[in-house]
Write a protein that binds this ligand. Structure first.
Ligand SMILES: C[S@@+](CC[C@H](N)C(=O)[O-])C[C@H]1O[C@@H](n2cnc3c(N)ncnc32)[C@H](O)[C@@H]1O
Length: 267
């Protein structure tokens, strides 16, 4: 983050420290009941036993899913984010392990592992993203499902020689993404200017991967494509889609060392 350091933020919480967690659950947008309910409906439908959310955050999705009676566990990097879970109905039933979703293992085999709200892109290397897929597969029982929800990069708005796409330009706020199409890394940049002229600049790093690259990551991890939707409403994914909700199925037969403790081994 570029800008003022916030006293009270723990660097171990990464990009989601206390100062971000404090307002993460603000009403509206992705916290709207209709947005949350549509996602939870799909996840409940796919679940066939215990589920695991990678990067569970404040429990925006995990808590309402647990409140419906689905056994939910979570992995989360930021203690500040995870601390918010218990405040939500269903949140106290979610078992959270603090750790990195590329490496952290939790006990049990799950019917569904899910990673929503663009968070695969918070892992900024291809190797790291492959590790996310392998770690997901390692937590699945045979036939279990891995679901990812992520936006598509706005590359079609980049003419030759340009690397920047603005997404909001208003008098007090300018937001833009800056792409490196060689590494597939990009930054989301947020410039906020207060009426008194003081400003704040936040730059957050991401990496995009096209859906086909994710299919290959899934294959490396021993999973095959099952569904690809344009959104949680299960609408058709097309060339005009701006995001996707994709689901892969664990297939132990795709790996040379297929079984380990009754689950599939990502190696
Ligand atoms: C955009 S929030 C999404 C939180 C929640 N899944 C939701 O839908 O509201 C991203 C979350 O991912 C967490 N995160 C980022 N990288 C992570 C990693 N490598 N391992 C575990 N959690 C991570 C952040 O701390 C943050 O809580």
């Amino acid at each position: 983050m570029i800008g003022e350091a916030n006293a009270g933020d723990d660097p171990a919480d990464g990009w989601f420290p206390e100062s971000v967690a404090a307002s993460y659950d603000a009403p509206g947008g992705v916290n709207s009941p209709d947005v949350v309910t549509t996602a939870v409906d799909v996840l409940e439908d796919l679940a066939d036993g215990p589920v695991l959310e990678f990067a569970v955050g404040t429990g925006r999705i995990a808590a309402p899913l647990a409140a419906r009676g689905v056994p939910v566990s979570g992995i989360e990097l930021s203690r500040a984010m995870a601390a918010r879970l218990v405040d939500k109905p269903g949140g106290d039933a979610v078992e959270v392990t603090i750790g990195d979703m590329t490496t952290t293992r939790v006990d049990g085999r799950f019917s569904l592992v899910y990673l929503v709200f663009n968070t695969i892109s918070n892992v900024t290397t291809q190797d790291g993203q492959v590790d996310v897929f392998r770690n997901a597969a390692a937590h699945l029982r045979p036939g279990g499902l891995f679901l990812v929800e992520v936006g598509l990069p706005d590359l079609r708005r980049l003419p030759p020689g340009q690397d920047t796409v603005p997404f909001t330009v208003t008098p007090g706020y300018v937001g833009f993404d800056q792409y490196d199409v060689v590494t597939q890394e990009f930054t989301s940049n947020h410039v906020t200017v207060s009426p008194d002229g003081t400003g704040r600049f936040r730059r957050i790093p991401f990496r995009y991967a096209w859906p086909a690259e994710m299919d290959l990551m899934a294959r490396i991890a021993g999973m095959r494509p099952k569904y690809r939707w344009a959104d949680w409403d299960r609408s058709e994914f097309t060339a005009e889609s701006t995001k996707h909700v994709s689901v892969w199925e664990a297939d132990p037969g795709m790996l040379s060392v297929p079984f380990e403790d009754g689950g599939i081994s990502g190696g």
